[in-house]
Design a protein around this ligand. Sequence first.
Ligand SMILES: [Zn+2]
Length: 313
Amino acid sequence: MREQDDRGRTPSSPTGRIPQWVHDEMAQALAPPDPWRSWSPREPRRRKRRNWSTIGGAALVVCIVGLGLVGAHFGVLPGGASVAGASPAPAMPSPGGNSSDDPLGTPMTPPAGGGSYAFVQHQDDGVTPVAYDPCRPVHYVVRPDNAPPGGETVIQSAVARMSQVTGLQFVDDGATDEDPTGQREAFQPDRYGDRWAPVLISWETVTEQPDFAADVAGLGGSQAVSAGDGPHVYVTGTVELDAADLTDFMTWPNGAAIARAIVLHELGHVVGLDHVVDPQQLMYASTSDVLDFAGGDLTGLAQLGAGSCEPQL
Ligand SMILES: [Zn+2]
């Protein structure tokens, strides 16, 4: 589909230089397939893109994807019993927590005409995207440290929009003092109880996230797990926001909309969208004057909101 059309071309920057993230992604594409059939902890995967675009006459740079597809260094038998954990503690929460029999919402019908979209990961059929379980809420917490004035409102607005277009029901679990790390555990019973850890949204300094010293305003991604031969399902994720960049944007005319677009883009990665080369889509890898999801984005998001319910996880 469009996705393959996009991937058939080698993206390059306006200068004609092939950015490093392209090399990174090509290297990933050539990597051998994941041999795991049971729970599938994956190695961290980070991609970068630096690019410049113009908003309101000022050059600014943004966006990156960081996929936190890690943290779960354990395995689970098809029946759900934990094995091979580094510690004797349970490696996953009790299955089916907070799960309903039916999807909690319905994805928005995408506009006719569509557009480019791509998924971060696919199931073994190579077609079906890895997605969150629509039969349970997607909980999230915000670490408020370093937040710009108005930042919380921006997050709430972006989450509401994501919920509207995917049908996924996001639940605000409030503030957290959990600090983002590169090896975040998907199950943190001491902090969050007997459930998957909520999605963590944080405003970070350059000290915390060295990528933000470069032309990057945000990172987003999720962790997928599977039980036995079942499909991979996202169970938690992270959004990392460059506190300095977004604090600056928020002072611009229309700055809140720009910041919201960045959060939306990163949430797009969280629910499973990858970058596309079409600058008319919000999932284009750098900022532009596109401030909301476009036709291709919405087409992909509708599929990501219609994943399978997996109560065994
Ligand atoms: Zn991105």
